[in-house]
Design a protein around this ligand. Structure first.
Ligand code: NI
Length: 167
């Protein structure tokens, strides 16, 4: 397994709409393993393929940050089908190191997700998992969480991020 370089805020590849995953291949299995390794190494809860420069509707989530293999979820061509309630809490992104901001998300989210074999399943997550579903699916649509904020706040966060990334 390899820790992959993660693209950061400002890279145009993070703004693209991703394409659906087709037939599952050993290369995709390797990519998933590398993405899980990268997310773990960077202490993230999830990572989307566009963040490692792959323009596919594919993401990994692990709300246990490596503590519990059963919590590993591979999102393939996922779509949100239902949302319920609101949660308020901090959110961060491996593509925007050093920035964590409070963002409202639905408290409970149901998605339609494809499995490797092509079958479709419904998954429901609450709290952190619901937030992760929204965050990763946003990545697949070319959207970073900071884009929910207005221009003034976004500019402030950008300065904070640039200051941080210069060390
Ligand atoms: Ni992210």
């Amino acid at each position: 397994m390899t820790v992959l370089p993660v693209l950061t805020w400002g890279d145009p590849r993070l703004k693209k709409n991703s394409e659906d995953v087709g037939e599952w291949t050993p290369e995709l299995e390797q990519l998933v393993a590398d993405m899980l390794e990268t997310s773990l190494y960077e202490e993230g809860v999830g990572l989307a393929a566009p963040q490692v420069g792959v323009n596919l509707n594919l993401a990994v989530i692990d709300c246990s940050c490596g503590e519990d293999l059963n919590q590993r979820i591979v999102l393939i061509n996922p779509e949100i089908t239902a949302e319920e309630g609101i949660q308020t809490g901090p959110e961060g992104c491996l593509s925007i190191p050093g920035v964590r901001e409070v963002l409202d998300r639905p408290q409970k989210v149901t998605i339609r997700n494809r499995a490797r074999d092509g079958s479709w399943h419904e998954l429901t997550g609450e709290d952190l998992l619901a937030r992760a579903f929204c965050h990763e699916i946003d990545h697949l649509r070319g959207r970073l969480f900071v884009e929910y904020f207005g221009p003034v706040k976004r500019q402030y966060l950008q300065r904070k991020y640039q200051k941080q990334s210069r060390g």
